[in-house]
Each structure stands twice: as C-alpha cells, then as structure tokens.
Design a protein around this ligand. Structure first.
Ligand code: SF4
Ligand code: SF4
Length: 345
C-alpha cells in the first residue's frame, strides 16, 4: 500500500477536483429532542455541506446503490416490450466522501452477495460501478462495536482513506485514480514521525471502545441456544416495525411487486427493501406464515447476520455500527441480545 500526507487546508482542493462527479457525504440534518446533532449521507452541493466531524449517520450510503424502492422493469403496450431499468452508472460517477470504516466494510459485504458469483444483481452492480470512495477515520461512539466485528478498519473497498493527524491527513492509497488526485494536490511522502503519529492515533482509537460483543464461537452458540428463552423475551419487546433493517447498512432482503394499470396499457415491476422482522416477511402463497411469532422473526435476523452469512462467506453480516440499536423504539441492541443468548445479562 502507498501512503501520503497532505495539509488539512488542501482538503477543499481535493474536494473540488472530485466535484466534477456527483458528491455524496455526511451532512447535518438537525438536532434530536435532546439537542444531539443528527447526520445523514446525502448529495453534497458545496464543500461546506460536508460535516466531516460527524457522529454515526442515521442511514448509511446504502440507498445510493440499493434504493428502498426501485423500478426494475416496465411494460408499455404501445411499445410492446418490457424495458429493463438497469442504471449503468458509467456516465455519472459517484464519490462517497468521508465514509467511516464500518460503512466501507458494509459495502464490501453487500458486494459479496450482490456483485459476486452467487446472486449477481445487475441493478446493484450497475450503480456500484464507478463509485470512488474517500474513507475517513472516526472515534468510537458508545454504541459502536465494530471493533468486535473486525470492521473498525478497512483494508480494501476504498480509493483513499484519510486519518486525521491534527494539521494534516495521513492517506492510505489503494487506486491509481486516487494517486493521481493526490499528486495534483501535491501530497507528500509521510515522514517517520507521521508513521508514528498515525500508529498512536489508531492505538488510541482501539482503547476507546466502550461496547464489546463476544463473537468467539458465536455460530456454535447460536446453534446450541436455538430454543433459548431469551429469544421469547426479546420477541415480546419487539414491535415488528422493521426499523432495524431500514437503518442497517448490510440488510439487503427485498420483495418484488408487479403493478398493472386498470386500462391494462402499462405495467411495472418494483423492488422494495423488506425486513425479516415484518409480519408478512415469511408469508407464502396460500397464506401460510413460516414465522408468525415476533420472536422467530427477530431470531431469524440474528441467525442470518451471525450464523448463515458466516457459513456462506466466513464472516458476519453485521459491521457493529450500532444503528439498529439506536433506532429501535424497544431498545433492542445486538450486544444485549447476543449477551443474553449466551446466558450473560
Ligand atoms: S428490533 Fe426494534 S427496530 Fe427491529 S423490528 Fe423490533 S422493535 Fe423494530
Ligand atoms: S445489525 Fe445493527 S449493528 Fe449490525 S450492521 Fe446492521 S445496523 Fe449495524
């Protein structure tokens, strides 16, 4: 890997060079009722829209590659054929500016499913092409447990990654395009002192995690505890609202609907993201529901994240961002659920 440094005052210059593309980054969205700032990923129109000192955003940038609702195809009787709406992102590249490691790792996990050999999804792949990612280091918040999930740093899936060293950024460079942009702003080779400082910043970050999840043998524990009472207890609390999936950067389950106009002249096929916690998620033709109880649906979500995905891809589908716990009106958080299933309160 190549490393560079550049003074912080050159960040706006780097932004302007990239801003010939559509820029997406963390923006301030207001305050909650306790006065805490709320951030979300959105399209940026100027450098000043960027809120790089952001705390975890409500949603990740997932919606730019996996929209909540997406028209897959449509039929117009006058044209007598189905039109596929694959959005090939070749002519309008996106730049994700300021992505934290957990969200970069979340995209890497989505790629494994939707851009791999098993279930290649042309709608996702089309959008995912030509995305340039500028990663940014962060400080752990109380709800973050990315450290436990091995996603507190990103080893791939970005073009350049910035670590704040006070008056300069230390940059990890992974792509030739990133190298070119950094040459244009005259970035330099880091000194030995910069290396030292970078290592200190990372060591300090590692010390600051307040929430941990014991992931050792978790797949086996989940098999052993399939009938644990804890699932019923959490199921009783769950409202089946699906908010956890809505904010999760790695949830990708969806449903497909076909709609036909009353005059039978136009039809379309729409895909909408779904949640395994919703009542009808496992309902099939004929009306049978494989998971009618809240506890079985909530359990399914944990088994998919921490067992099924591990079996298929040798890593968990959770990046420990803590968003689901923050958004849940019933205060259901993965660290507490996993601890209780392990028999620890
Ligand atoms: S776990 Fe929380 S956010 Fe998820 S469906 Fe249940 S109540 Fe809603
Ligand atoms: S399950 Fe929760 S903590 Fe894990 S990636 Fe999804 S939102 Fe983040």
């Amino acid at each position: 890997m190549i490393f560079k440094v550049f003074p912080k005052k050159k960040l706006s210059l780097l932004y302007e060079l990239l801003a010939v593309n559509t820029m997406v980054g963390p923006t301030l969205k207001g305050k909650d009722r306790n006065g805490k700032s709320l951030y979300d990923f959105d399209v940026l129109y100027t450098f000043d829209d960027l809120a790089l000192d952001y705390t975890a955003t409500i949603h990740s940038a997932k919606r730019f590659v996996l929209p909540y609702h997406e028209k897959l195809s449509s039929f117009d009787i006058n044209k007598t054929d189905w039109k596929k709406h694959v959005d090939i992102n070749v002519y309008k590249p996106l730049v994700f500016f300021g992505m934290h490691p957990c969200d970069i790792n979340a995209l890497n996990k989505l790629d494994m499913v939707l851009a791999g050999n098993v279930y290649p999804n042309p709608y996702y792949i089309g959008k995912r092409k030509n995305i340039f990612i500028v990663g940014l280091d962060c400080s752990p918040e109380p709800q973050c447990f990315c450290h436990s999930m091995g996603t507190d740093s990103a080893l791939h899936g970005f073009d350049m990654f910035l670590t704040d060293l006070g008056d300069k950024y230390f940059v990890e460079v992974l792509s030739a395009t990133a190298f070119d942009f950094l040459s244009q702003i005259k970035s330099k080779e880091p000194s030995k002192k910069d290396h030292q400082h970078y290592k200190q910043v990372n060591a300090l970050k590692n010390k600051n995690f307040a929430t941990n999840v014991e992931t050792n043998d978790l797949t086996k524990i989940l098999d052993l505890e399939f009938d644990a009472k804890a699932w019923d207890q959490w199921g009783d609390k769950c409202l089946s609202c699906g908010t956890c999936s809505n904010v999760c950067p790695t949830c990708y389950c969806y449903g497909v609907e076909e709609n036909i106009d009353l005059d039978l002249k136009n039809a379309n096929k729409i895909r909408s993201l779904h949640s395994c916690n919703l009542l009808d998620f496992a309902k099939v033709s004929g009306g049978h529901n494989f998971r009618p109880e809240k506890s079985t649906r909530l359990k399914y979500r944990y088994y998919h994240k921490h067992r099924g995905f591990v079996e298929a891809f040798e890593e968990s589908l959770c990046v420990g961002c803590g968003r689901c716990g923050q958004a849940c009106l019933a205060d259901i958080t993965p660290p507490e659920v996993i601890a209780s299933v392990r028999g620890k309160e």
